[in-house]
Write a protein that binds this ligand. Structure first.
Ligand code: ATP
Ligand code: MG
Length: 234
């Protein structure tokens, strides 16, 4: 499958200004994700829900989801942006932005909680966060449920762009089920870490959804060599 290259993300991107520690600065982070936001906007003018996926753990899905959401919020001040933690296996966005875990996605899915009751504002005036929550849901089946598609519809009608974190594709069924209902899928590979065979396997799983794939982000880039991985994947 030919995979459009969206951007490379440098080492050090995993820290965000919301954590307090801000060694590289939010402005720098926003600049680094600007190209990816521009390319995503060009590919999907209508906006919508974008899932950050990767083959295995620790490839940078959370870092990339957060970076894209922050960049979109800063670069598109007239639009409402959301960041959602749909990695219900190992949620981390709440901790990275200093919010409690609940209530969030799980409550919206399990109890039909109103979006207003679970969305949280941030220091960015046009950026909201939806944490993973703690309610009981059936995984991965909940991602085929009417509650899930209703939640996505509610998010679409409220926000221009929504970036959602997911669980590793090859480890759980969640992300491939979730990806069927989103408007765009962004694949994350990590320099000097992702393996060609596993990233290819993940792409093969997504093959039926090829229309939905917007492109790939190379995370934690340090030198040009890892681009061979993306070239081989293409
Ligand atoms: N660009 C980067 N620069 C420096 N460290 C990074 C970068 N991207 C990821 N990391 C580090 O790699 C680890 C995994 O990053 P992250 O949490 O974004 O990945 P993930 O795919 O969401 O992982 P998980 O499978 O655990 O949810 C973190 O410890 C993070 O600090
Ligand atoms: Mg993560």
């Amino acid at each position: 499958m030919k995979l459009p290259f969206l951007t490379r993300r440098h080492a050090g991107d995993s820290t965000t200004h919301s954590q307090g520690a801000d060694p590289i600065g939010a402005q720098v982070l926003v600049r680094r994700y600007q190209t990816a936001i521009d390319r995503i906007t060009l590919a999907r003018e209508e906006g919508g829900v974008f899932a950050l996926v990767s083959a295995v753990g620790e490839e940078g899905r959370t870092t990339t989801a957060m970076g894209l959401a922050l960049a979109a919020a800063r670069l598109k001040p007239g639009r409402q942006i959301a960041l959602g933690d749909f990695d219900l296996r190992q949620p981390s966005i709440h901790a990275r932005v200093g919010l409690p875990l609940a209530a969030g996605v799980r409550e919206a899915l399990a109890e039909g909680a109103d979006l207003d009751a679970v969305l949280r504002g941030t220091v960015e005036p046009n950026l909201s966060v939806l944490t993973a929550g703690q309610g009981a849901v059936d995984l991965p089946d909940v991602f085929t449920s009417g509650q899930f598609t209703s939640l996505l519809s509610a998010l679409r009608s409220r926000f221009s762009m929504v970036f959602v974190d997911t669980a590793p594709l090859l480890r759980y069924g969640d992300a491939s089920l979730l990806a069927r209902h989103v408007d765009g899928v962004v694949m994350v590979v990590r320099a000097d870490y992702s393996r060609l065979a596993t990233s290819r396997e993940a792409l093969e799983m997504l093959e039926p959804l090829r229309e939905r794939i917007v492109g790939a982000v190379c995370n934690d880039y340090r030198d040009p060599f890892p681009f061979n991985l993306l070239r081989k994947l293409g």
